[in-house]
Design a protein around this ligand. Structure first.
Ligand code: FAD
Length: 472
């Protein structure tokens, strides 16, 4: 059958490979001149930056997809398992390096906060149980199909409640609470199901791809091309065409179109249900759910080497709750968490000799106006206060604002993961993988099971299974 995939994010690319492997004739239509969506890189004056994701978890999900094209992740990219995975830093000067090995991590936590090593082991066991339940239900199919009571998923309480029940040390609560932000949500509203992500990182590792995450995108594009997938860039889809019952193809914004029996949407669900296939019921549900956060990204080309900086560093503020109160109110936090990734620490090819490529990410509310210069200066000043002053060594900075995410990828307000995963039913209430007309399917971070590279790949697997069930 003929299938059109709208959008070439990682969800679109993995769906295209799976549909081509099932024997469908697949066309991918992307409005931008380049493929990969939020997996975007910047290469300037010898400095290379990942402007979107920079940590790969669950690489096996991508190996599985690439095997369908007769290759493997190990054949396509060079993977580095990071250890430490990340260095957390607090305003009082304390630091904690997250070890890749569980036992080493228990020992590190015990040293960091005497008496907390056992709590860490207990929380890791709890996270393993939550993950097993998540994998068997949420990740096993579209919403509704395998829905079960949420007990095992620990969805009846917030992540902040769960972290407080395990740890007395507020710093460790803050560390665990960060997992809610992976889906653009608040730990004070997101279900404790997000704890499963700790198990994912501690078990499957945090990985760097030599050359940057863009090499994963390139590998997926190569694999899809080898299977006959037809990529069309610079093509803006304006409407999903249907006869009222089933999809008939897509219409392009500037005229023309493509017939298809299957349409897979990898675009933000709000763009789909407001613009491409106006669907008042679905649009109302999106409104009710509320939106995920956006981000301000600074890519800073830094001369010289910085003593003590790791590959991934998180600078926490003093007050965890206060940051999320600002975000919930739609405001920039006065003292936000700063995520600083310097991949040249692991991969010298990412920056010229004796230089570093700093990528700094700050969570922001969606749809907020930001002054690039002021915000960049604020972020660099804050890092200087925390002992990492690179202000006099900056060669250039490039920034990405919420408005850029909106304009580039049609992510309304620049929300990174579509709707937020807040509330007890959040894991089941994201836009489903089956659209309101026959033959329409949804993948990508704004649809079930949510955002993050492995999750959008799992969404593509769910959709490929649905297509096999319903279309043969
Ligand atoms: C700053 C940042 C940091 C992140 N860090 C991580 C991380 O470390 N690890 C991790 O796993 N995840 C991370 N993520 C999340 C991850 O990047 C996303 O979940 C994932 O890339 C989203 O893929 P997607 O399939 O939803 O497609 P998207 O990347 O959203 O792509 C959708 C595509 O559809 C195209 N499109 C939209 N409308 C149309 C139209 N009408 N016609 C044609 N094309 C259209 C867009 O141009 C875009 O290319 C991060 C994201 C950001 C922004």
């Amino acid at each position: 059958m003929k299938a059109v995939v709208v959008g070439s994010g990682i969800g679109g690319l993995t769906a295209a490979i799976r549909l081509a492997a099932a024997g469908h004739h697949v066309v991918v239509m992307e409005r931008n001149p380049v493929l990969g969506g939020k997996v975007a890189d910047l290469d300037e004056a010898g400095f290379r930056f990942d402007m979107g994701p920079n940590v790969l978890t669950m690489p096996h999900e991508f190996d599985q997809v690439l095997q369908l094209a007769g290759t493997s992740l190990a054949d396509e990219v060079h993977l580095v398992r990071l250890d430490p995975q990340v260095t957390y830093r607090w305003p009082n000067g304390s630091t904690l390096e997250v070890a890749d090995d569980r036992n080493a991590m228990v020992a590190a936590v015990e040293q960091f906060s005497p008496g907390s090593g056992g709590a860490w082991a207990g929380f890791a066991d709890h996270a393993a149980g939550v993950w097993a339940a998540t994998a068997g239900t949420v990740l096993a199919g579209p919403p509704g199909r395998r829905a079960r009571p949420s007990g095992d998923l620990d969805a009846g309480r917030t992540l902040a409640k769960a972290s407080a029940s395990f740890f007395d040390d507020a710093r460790l609560q803050q560390l665990v609470n960060r997992y809610a932000t992976y889906s653009g949500s608040s730990p004070y509203a997101a279900p404790a199901t997000a704890a499963g992500l700790l198990h994912v990182e501690q078990t499957f590792g945090c990985w760097y791809i030599t050359g940057g995450i863009g090499r994963l995108r390139d590998a997926l594009v190569r694999a899809a091309t080898s299977m006959g997938v037809d990529f069309r860039t610079g093509v803006d889809v304006g409407r999903i065409a249907s006869d009222g019952r089933a999809v008939t193809g897509v219409e392009l914004a500037d005229g023309g179109g493509e017939g298809a029996e299957i349409v897979v949407s990898d675009v933000d669900a709000a763009h789909l249900y407001v613009d491409l296939l106006p669907s008042p019921k679905q649009a109302r549900q999106l409104d009710k759910a509320g939106v995920s956060t956006s981000a301000f990204v600074v890519c800073a080309a830094v001369r010289g080497r910085t003593e003590g900086i790791g590959h991934h560093n998180v600078f926490f503020p003093l007050h965890d709750r206060q940051e999320f109160k600002f975000l919930e109110a739609g405001q920039l936090a006065i003292d936000p968490t700063l995520h600083v990734s310097v991949s040249s620490v692991t991969d010298a090819g990412q920056a010229p000799p004796d230089s570093e490529n700093w990528n700094i990410v700050v969570q922001t509310p969606p749809a907020i106006g930001i002054d690039r210069k002021l915000m960049t200066a604020g972020v660099l000043n804050r890092l200087a206060e925390r002992g990492f002053d690179v202000r006099n060594r900056i060669e250039f900075t490039r920034t990405v604002l919420p408005a850029d995410f909106d304009a580039r990828y049609r992510a309304p307000g620049g929300a990174i993961h579509g709707t937020a995963s807040n509330g007890k039913k959040a894991v089941w209430s994201r836009p489903g993988n089956v659209g309101p007309v026959h033959g329409l399917y949804l993948v990508g971070g704004s649809a079930h099971p949510g955002g993050g590279l492995p999750f959008v790949a799992i969404g593509a697997r769910i959709v490929a299974d649905l297509v096999a069930d319903r279309h043969g």
